[in-house]
Design a protein around this ligand. Structure first.
Ligand SMILES: Nc1nc2c(c(=O)[nH]1)N[C@@H](CN(C=O)c1ccc(C(=O)N[C@@H](CCC(=O)O)C(=O)O)cc1)CN2
Ligand code: GAR
Length: 218
């Protein structure tokens, strides 16, 4: 069974969606460990409740970003993961870390990439006057939120939407697409074009099936 390590920084509702998919048998994989850069992340409690090993590493205990990432990498590798999943992990990963896990490192980002990489996307999309917001699951590369997009879920922006309204409505979509993309990765790249078409309500979209680790450019 494929082994998954999940990195979090906060509530862990995406982690919970992945845990649930595994427990329901929809995702034939095992979360073997959850790591956080925040010791008080509620997602750690979610993992412990599910009987999953957890650990947190404090940024302040390390000289710099690369030292932190190297320590994190060594702890992750002790679990021998096939796939590393960022689920609300709020640290930019250094190049050695990304290189080490290239092609088996995923992230979910709260925007319709390539629009709005980085932080504060709900505020930025409201300020921009866009008609739609959304979430993107993508491979992680050195370019922040610039890796190949695998699946996206759009949502309409309603006239009086606040940042919290968008965040809440978007999370429910995230909880659908992230376990589906992980299933795509674990089960050998099943075609996601129907999923994307369904999410977009439009003609067939890009297939995620073309991505292979050697095609993930830095
Ligand atoms: N090398 C990469 N690292 C990460 C990626 C990526 O694509 N390439 N995705 C991000 C996830 N993310 C948005 O989806 C994101 C996370 C964190 C930040 C950021 O600016 N973090 C600051 C600290 C912010 C804080 O502590 O509140 C930092 O690391 O200095 C931007 C985007 C995960 N990493
Ligand atoms: N830049 C990364 C980022 O902002 N990720 C976002 O953080 C939230 C985590 O929620 P969760 O902890 O409940 O899964 C999610 O909305 C995810 O898209």
């Amino acid at each position: 069974m494929k082994r998954i390590v999940v990195l979090i920084s906060g509530s862990g509702s995406n982690l919970q969606a992945i845990i649930d998919a595994c427990q329901l048998g929809r995702l034939k994989a095992e979360i073997v460990a959850v790591f956080s850069n925040k010791a008080d992340a509620f997602g750690l409690q979610r993992a412990q409740q599910a009987g999953i090993a957890t650990a947190s590493l404090a940024i302040g205990d390390y000289a710099d970003r690369e030292a932190f990432d190297q320590a994190l990498l060594q702890q992750i590798d002790s679990y021998q993961p096939d796939l590393v999943v960022l689920a609300g992990y709020m640290r930019i990963l250094s190049a050695p870390f990304v290189t080490h896990y290239r092609g088996r490192l995923l992230n979910i980002h709260p925007s319709l990439l390539p629009k709005y990489p980085g932080l504060h996307t709900h505020r930025r999309v409201i300020e921009s006057g866009d008609s739609h917001h959304g979430a993107s699951v993508h491979f992680v590369t050195e370019q922040l939120d610039g890796g190949p997009v695998i699946l996206q879920a759009p949502i309409p922006i309603l006239p009086n939407d606040t940042e919290q309204d968008l965040a809440t409505r978007l999370l429910s979509k995230e909880h659908l697409i992230y376990p589906r993309v992980i299933q795509w990765w674990v089960e050998g790249r099943v075609d996601l074009r129907e999923d994307q078409a369904c999410l977009d309500g439009q003609p067939l979209g890009p297939s995620g099936a073309d991505f292979t680790p050697d095609k993930i450019d830095g």
